[in-house]
Design a binder for this molecule. Structure first.
Ligand SMILES: [Zn+2]
Length: 299
Protein backbone atom coordinates (compact mmCIF):
# COMPACT_ATOMS: atom_id res chain seq x y z
CA UNK A 1 0.00 0.00 0.00
CA UNK A 2 1.27 3.49 -0.75
CA UNK A 3 0.81 6.35 1.65
CA UNK A 4 -0.04 9.88 0.43
CA UNK A 5 3.62 10.94 0.32
CA UNK A 6 4.66 7.97 -1.80
CA UNK A 7 1.75 8.51 -4.22
CA UNK A 8 2.80 12.15 -4.69
CA UNK A 9 6.44 11.15 -5.23
CA UNK A 10 5.41 8.51 -7.77
CA UNK A 11 3.15 10.98 -9.59
CA UNK A 12 5.98 13.52 -9.72
CA UNK A 13 8.33 10.89 -11.13
CA UNK A 14 5.86 10.05 -13.93
CA UNK A 15 5.26 13.71 -14.75
CA UNK A 16 9.04 14.16 -15.01
CA UNK A 17 9.28 11.14 -17.33
CA UNK A 18 6.52 12.56 -19.55
CA UNK A 19 8.15 16.00 -19.68
CA UNK A 20 11.57 14.48 -20.47
CA UNK A 21 9.90 12.38 -23.17
CA UNK A 22 8.31 15.44 -24.77
CA UNK A 23 11.61 17.30 -24.63
CA UNK A 24 13.45 14.42 -26.33
CA UNK A 25 10.84 14.34 -29.14
CA UNK A 26 11.21 18.08 -29.56
CA UNK A 27 14.99 17.79 -29.77
CA UNK A 28 14.66 15.11 -32.43
CA UNK A 29 12.35 17.24 -34.54
CA UNK A 30 14.65 20.26 -34.49
CA UNK A 31 17.73 18.19 -35.32
CA UNK A 32 15.79 16.72 -38.23
CA UNK A 33 18.00 14.60 -40.48
CA UNK A 34 17.60 15.48 -44.12
CA UNK A 35 18.30 12.93 -46.84
CA UNK A 36 21.32 13.91 -48.95
CA UNK A 37 20.43 15.39 -52.35
CA UNK A 38 22.62 14.56 -55.33
CA UNK A 39 22.92 15.66 -58.97
CA UNK A 40 21.75 19.19 -58.27
CA UNK A 41 21.85 21.53 -61.24
CA UNK A 42 24.76 23.99 -60.57
CA UNK A 43 22.61 26.81 -62.02
CA UNK A 44 20.23 26.36 -59.07
CA UNK A 45 22.76 27.81 -56.64
CA UNK A 46 24.65 30.15 -59.00
CA UNK A 47 24.21 33.82 -57.99
CA UNK A 48 22.19 36.22 -60.13
CA UNK A 49 21.99 39.99 -59.92
CA UNK A 50 18.64 40.99 -58.29
CA UNK A 51 16.53 43.51 -60.19
CA UNK A 52 13.17 45.26 -60.40
CA UNK A 53 10.78 43.42 -62.75
CA UNK A 54 7.76 45.76 -62.61
CA UNK A 55 6.39 48.17 -60.02
CA UNK A 56 6.98 46.70 -56.56
CA UNK A 57 7.86 43.22 -57.90
CA UNK A 58 11.53 42.22 -57.78
CA UNK A 59 13.59 39.19 -58.80
CA UNK A 60 15.71 38.00 -55.85
CA UNK A 61 16.35 34.38 -56.88
CA UNK A 62 19.41 32.49 -58.08
CA UNK A 63 20.45 32.04 -61.73
CA UNK A 64 17.69 29.46 -62.28
CA UNK A 65 15.57 29.18 -59.13
CA UNK A 66 13.22 32.14 -59.28
CA UNK A 67 12.29 33.93 -56.04
CA UNK A 68 10.08 36.99 -56.07
CA UNK A 69 9.88 39.85 -53.60
CA UNK A 70 6.76 42.01 -53.51
CA UNK A 71 7.33 45.07 -51.36
CA UNK A 72 4.76 47.14 -49.46
CA UNK A 73 4.86 49.82 -46.75
CA UNK A 74 3.49 47.22 -44.31
CA UNK A 75 6.17 44.60 -44.98
CA UNK A 76 7.05 42.30 -47.84
CA UNK A 77 5.97 39.04 -49.44
CA UNK A 78 8.52 36.47 -50.63
CA UNK A 79 7.56 33.77 -53.13
CA UNK A 80 9.99 30.76 -53.11
CA UNK A 81 13.41 30.50 -51.49
CA UNK A 82 15.42 28.12 -53.65
CA UNK A 83 17.57 25.42 -52.00
CA UNK A 84 18.23 25.38 -48.26
CA UNK A 85 21.76 26.76 -48.71
CA UNK A 86 20.52 29.68 -50.86
CA UNK A 87 19.04 31.66 -47.96
CA UNK A 88 22.13 33.91 -47.44
CA UNK A 89 22.10 34.69 -51.20
CA UNK A 90 18.39 35.55 -51.22
CA UNK A 91 18.82 37.77 -48.14
CA UNK A 92 21.79 39.54 -49.74
CA UNK A 93 19.73 40.10 -52.92
CA UNK A 94 16.88 41.65 -50.90
CA UNK A 95 19.35 43.95 -49.10
CA UNK A 96 21.08 44.92 -52.34
CA UNK A 97 17.74 46.24 -53.63
CA UNK A 98 17.45 48.41 -50.51
CA UNK A 99 14.99 46.30 -48.52
CA UNK A 100 15.29 44.61 -45.14
CA UNK A 101 14.77 40.81 -45.20
CA UNK A 102 13.51 41.22 -41.62
CA UNK A 103 10.47 43.03 -43.05
CA UNK A 104 9.25 39.90 -44.89
CA UNK A 105 5.81 39.15 -43.39
CA UNK A 106 4.36 36.52 -45.73
CA UNK A 107 5.99 33.52 -47.41
CA UNK A 108 4.46 31.73 -50.41
CA UNK A 109 5.64 29.05 -52.82
CA UNK A 110 4.73 27.89 -56.30
CA UNK A 111 5.32 24.17 -55.53
CA UNK A 112 6.53 22.20 -52.51
CA UNK A 113 9.67 20.72 -54.07
CA UNK A 114 13.04 21.10 -52.29
CA UNK A 115 14.45 23.36 -55.02
CA UNK A 116 11.79 26.01 -54.32
CA UNK A 117 11.02 25.66 -50.61
CA UNK A 118 14.37 24.40 -49.19
CA UNK A 119 15.02 27.68 -47.41
CA UNK A 120 11.51 28.46 -46.14
CA UNK A 121 11.97 27.03 -42.62
CA UNK A 122 15.14 29.09 -42.10
CA UNK A 123 13.53 32.20 -43.60
CA UNK A 124 10.59 31.67 -41.22
CA UNK A 125 12.95 31.45 -38.28
CA UNK A 126 14.76 34.63 -39.30
CA UNK A 127 11.69 36.75 -40.08
CA UNK A 128 8.77 35.16 -38.15
CA UNK A 129 6.83 35.51 -41.42
CA UNK A 130 3.64 33.49 -41.92
CA UNK A 131 3.73 30.71 -44.51
CA UNK A 132 0.57 30.52 -46.62
CA UNK A 133 0.23 27.46 -48.81
CA UNK A 134 -2.12 25.73 -51.22
CA UNK A 135 -4.11 23.05 -49.41
CA UNK A 136 -2.60 20.32 -51.62
CA UNK A 137 0.98 21.14 -50.59
CA UNK A 138 0.44 21.78 -46.87
CA UNK A 139 1.23 18.23 -45.70
CA UNK A 140 4.28 17.91 -47.96
CA UNK A 141 5.62 21.22 -46.60
CA UNK A 142 5.12 20.03 -43.04
CA UNK A 143 6.89 16.68 -43.48
CA UNK A 144 9.80 18.07 -45.49
CA UNK A 145 8.69 16.50 -48.76
CA UNK A 146 8.42 12.92 -47.48
CA UNK A 147 4.76 12.61 -48.49
CA UNK A 148 5.35 13.96 -52.00
CA UNK A 149 3.69 11.53 -54.43
CA UNK A 150 6.66 11.44 -56.83
CA UNK A 151 9.82 12.34 -54.88
CA UNK A 152 8.80 11.31 -51.37
CA UNK A 153 9.05 8.18 -49.25
CA UNK A 154 12.76 8.36 -48.44
CA UNK A 155 12.69 10.90 -45.61
CA UNK A 156 12.69 14.68 -45.34
CA UNK A 157 14.34 16.56 -48.21
CA UNK A 158 13.96 19.98 -46.60
CA UNK A 159 13.34 21.36 -43.13
CA UNK A 160 9.73 21.17 -41.98
CA UNK A 161 7.73 24.31 -42.76
CA UNK A 162 5.05 25.57 -40.39
CA UNK A 163 1.99 26.45 -42.49
CA UNK A 164 -0.02 29.28 -40.92
CA UNK A 165 -2.76 29.69 -43.52
CA UNK A 166 -4.14 27.17 -46.01
CA UNK A 167 -5.09 28.64 -49.38
CA UNK A 168 -7.69 27.43 -51.86
CA UNK A 169 -8.17 28.27 -55.54
CA UNK A 170 -8.72 32.04 -56.08
CA UNK A 171 -7.97 32.93 -52.43
CA UNK A 172 -6.48 36.39 -52.04
CA UNK A 173 -3.36 37.19 -50.03
CA UNK A 174 -3.34 40.86 -49.00
CA UNK A 175 -0.67 43.02 -47.43
CA UNK A 176 -0.12 46.78 -47.51
CA UNK A 177 -2.54 47.36 -50.39
CA UNK A 178 -1.19 44.48 -52.51
CA UNK A 179 -3.65 41.74 -53.47
CA UNK A 180 -2.32 38.46 -54.82
CA UNK A 181 -4.75 35.86 -56.17
CA UNK A 182 -3.62 32.26 -55.85
CA UNK A 183 -4.51 29.97 -58.76
CA UNK A 184 -4.59 26.25 -57.92
CA UNK A 185 -2.62 24.51 -60.70
CA UNK A 186 -2.09 20.96 -59.39
CA UNK A 187 -0.16 18.17 -61.12
CA UNK A 188 3.57 18.80 -60.68
CA UNK A 189 2.77 18.70 -56.96
CA UNK A 190 -0.73 18.34 -55.52
CA UNK A 191 -0.66 21.96 -54.43
CA UNK A 192 1.27 23.57 -57.28
CA UNK A 193 -0.05 27.05 -57.89
CA UNK A 194 0.44 30.29 -59.79
CA UNK A 195 -0.17 33.87 -58.67
CA UNK A 196 -1.82 36.86 -60.32
CA UNK A 197 -1.29 40.42 -59.12
CA UNK A 198 -1.45 43.98 -60.42
CA UNK A 199 1.58 46.20 -60.00
CA UNK A 200 1.99 49.87 -60.89
CA UNK A 201 4.75 52.22 -61.90
CA UNK A 202 4.69 55.84 -63.18
CA UNK A 203 3.80 54.63 -66.70
CA UNK A 204 0.85 52.44 -65.76
CA UNK A 205 -0.41 49.20 -64.34
CA UNK A 206 0.62 45.64 -65.24
CA UNK A 207 -1.17 42.39 -64.57
CA UNK A 208 1.58 39.93 -63.61
CA UNK A 209 1.35 36.14 -63.77
CA UNK A 210 3.87 34.19 -61.72
CA UNK A 211 3.31 30.80 -63.30
CA UNK A 212 4.07 27.31 -62.11
CA UNK A 213 4.50 25.60 -65.47
CA UNK A 214 3.08 22.02 -65.33
CA UNK A 215 6.16 19.97 -66.19
CA UNK A 216 5.95 16.21 -65.60
CA UNK A 217 8.63 14.26 -63.71
CA UNK A 218 9.88 11.05 -65.42
CA UNK A 219 8.61 8.87 -62.56
CA UNK A 220 5.04 10.21 -62.77
CA UNK A 221 2.42 7.89 -64.26
CA UNK A 222 -0.54 9.86 -65.61
CA UNK A 223 -2.80 6.82 -65.13
CA UNK A 224 -2.44 7.53 -61.39
CA UNK A 225 0.15 7.35 -58.64
CA UNK A 226 -0.48 5.55 -55.30
CA UNK A 227 -0.26 8.86 -53.45
CA UNK A 228 -2.13 10.82 -56.13
CA UNK A 229 -4.68 8.81 -58.12
CA UNK A 230 -6.05 11.89 -59.94
CA UNK A 231 -2.71 13.23 -61.18
CA UNK A 232 -3.49 12.79 -64.90
CA UNK A 233 -6.84 14.54 -64.67
CA UNK A 234 -5.32 17.39 -62.63
CA UNK A 235 -2.56 17.98 -65.21
CA UNK A 236 -5.20 18.16 -67.95
CA UNK A 237 -7.26 20.74 -65.97
CA UNK A 238 -4.16 22.80 -65.19
CA UNK A 239 -3.02 22.87 -68.84
CA UNK A 240 -6.51 23.95 -69.92
CA UNK A 241 -6.78 26.66 -67.24
CA UNK A 242 -3.31 28.07 -67.85
CA UNK A 243 -3.89 28.52 -71.60
CA UNK A 244 -6.83 30.81 -70.84
CA UNK A 245 -5.04 33.15 -68.43
CA UNK A 246 -4.76 36.82 -69.34
CA UNK A 247 -1.83 38.95 -68.21
CA UNK A 248 0.52 41.72 -69.34
CA UNK A 249 3.78 40.15 -68.17
CA UNK A 250 4.73 36.72 -66.90
CA UNK A 251 7.49 34.86 -65.12
CA UNK A 252 7.79 31.36 -63.65
CA UNK A 253 9.27 29.08 -60.96
CA UNK A 254 12.44 28.40 -62.98
CA UNK A 255 14.25 31.22 -64.81
CA UNK A 256 14.84 28.84 -67.73
CA UNK A 257 11.05 28.41 -68.19
CA UNK A 258 10.56 32.08 -69.09
CA UNK A 259 14.02 32.69 -70.63
CA UNK A 260 15.01 35.22 -67.97
CA UNK A 261 18.63 35.40 -69.14
CA UNK A 262 17.51 36.38 -72.64
CA UNK A 263 15.01 38.98 -71.44
CA UNK A 264 17.15 40.65 -68.81
CA UNK A 265 20.95 40.88 -68.61
CA UNK A 266 22.60 42.01 -65.34
CA UNK A 267 22.72 45.81 -65.36
CA UNK A 268 19.91 46.23 -67.95
CA UNK A 269 17.61 49.23 -67.38
CA UNK A 270 14.15 48.79 -65.84
CA UNK A 271 11.84 47.40 -68.57
CA UNK A 272 8.70 45.53 -67.49
CA UNK A 273 7.62 44.89 -71.09
CA UNK A 274 10.69 42.69 -71.62
CA UNK A 275 8.56 40.14 -69.75
CA UNK A 276 5.40 40.49 -71.89
CA UNK A 277 6.15 37.62 -74.30
CA UNK A 278 2.71 36.02 -74.68
CA UNK A 279 4.12 33.88 -77.48
CA UNK A 280 6.86 32.44 -75.24
CA UNK A 281 4.20 31.51 -72.69
CA UNK A 282 1.92 29.88 -75.28
CA UNK A 283 4.84 28.00 -76.88
CA UNK A 284 5.97 26.70 -73.49
CA UNK A 285 2.43 25.48 -72.70
CA UNK A 286 2.16 23.85 -76.16
CA UNK A 287 5.37 21.93 -75.42
CA UNK A 288 4.07 20.85 -72.03
CA UNK A 289 0.77 19.76 -73.63
CA UNK A 290 2.76 17.69 -76.13
CA UNK A 291 4.82 16.12 -73.31
CA UNK A 292 1.54 15.27 -71.55
CA UNK A 293 -0.03 13.77 -74.71
CA UNK A 294 3.11 11.71 -75.48
CA UNK A 295 3.24 10.40 -71.93
CA UNK A 296 -0.44 9.42 -72.08
CA UNK A 297 0.23 7.38 -75.25
CA UNK A 298 3.15 5.57 -73.54
CA UNK A 299 0.92 4.25 -70.77
ZN1 LIG B 1 9.52 20.60 -59.02
Amino acid sequence: MMNKGTILKTARKYILVIITGLFATGMQASAQDLIPLSNLNPEWSKPYEPFRIAGNLYYVGTYDLACYLITTAQGHILINTGLSNSVPMIRKNVEQLGFDPGDIRILLCTQAHFDHVGGIAEMQQLTKAEMMADEGDAEVLTDGGNSDYALGGKGAMFKSVKVGRILHDRDVVSLGGVRITMLHHPGHTQGSCSYLLDVQDDKGSYRVLIANMPSILPQTKLSGMPGYPGVGKDYACTLRAMKQLKFDIWCASHASQFALQKKHKPGDAYNPMAFADRKGYDDELDELQKAYDDKLKEQ
